[in-house]
Design a protein. Structure first.
Length: 227
């Protein structure tokens, strides 16, 4: 099992790539045209938004709050987005793309079906550790998001469960996993993965690292599913 530090470089590279994609797709809306500057400032804006939102809520965040936290003027902020709805869409898009891309790349790189299940669990935990502010924001703010983005948030969560469920079903076909209910098992695994980023304080108070938590979840899941 790879360590969190080994995983971080992969995540940081992906986050930069996604910011570049967002710039490319919104080039007609973003008034700044220098790619390096845009990517750097988008990262500042996203990080500051998540930090403020997780402390006081996205709805309570003012653009003045964001200006102070990001180090960009109010005018500069409007060079990147025209409304808070547009901003939250960009943040949600970045988080979903990073999570999906990294998760699926890790699973596809694994050889056997058991290794794919392990890769999915470990990757999800490491992604949520590195991107904890986004995961917490996405979960806690879901009810306050515009309708389209609420639907996308739900679809994203269900997609992760389907990935796990498909791996479990494939493992049963191959005789590696015992016969269980794949969708229900996947939902329970997903709940265990969510507990890490929603209640980190609980595990931190017990001096539990993300690597230790990953090993425990792997052991628990394998004892249940492996034939």
């Amino acid at each position: 099992m790879q360590t969190l530090s080994e995983f971080k470089n992969f995540i940081n590279l992906s986050k930069r790539q996604i910011c570049e994609e967002i710039f490319s797709e919104n080039a007609d809306k973003i008034k700044v045209k220098k790619p390096e500057r845009v990517v750097k400032n988008l990262a500042k804006i996203f990080d500051a938004t998540l930090s403020i939102s997780n402390a006081k809520g996205f709805q309570a965040m003012s653009l003045r709050d964001l200006s102070e936290a990001s180090g960009l003027s109010m005018g500069a902020l409007y060079s990147y987005f025209t409304s808070k709805d547009e901003l939250v869409h960009m943040i949600q898009e970045q988080g979903r793309r990073v999570t999906t891309r990294v998760l699926y790349e890790q699973v596809e790189a694994a050889a056997g079906i058991l290794d794919k299940l392990r890769a999915a669990i470990v990757a999800h935990l490491y992604i949520s550790e590195v991107m904890q502010p986004w995961f917490y924001f996405s979960y806690m703010e879901a009810k306050n998001l515009p309708k389209k983005q609420r639907r996308e948030a739900v679809e994203s969560e269900l997609a992760t469960e389907k990935l796990l469920s498909d791996i479990l079903a494939k493992g049963q076909e191959e005789g590696v996993f015992r016969q269980t209910d794949p969708p229900m098992t996947a939902a329970l695994i997903k709940a265990a993965l969510q507990d890490w980023y929603l209640k980190r304080w609980k595990y931190r108070s017990r001096d539990v690292s993300v690597e230790a938590y990953a090993r425990f979840v792997l052991d628990w899941v394998e004892k249940y599913v492996v034939a």
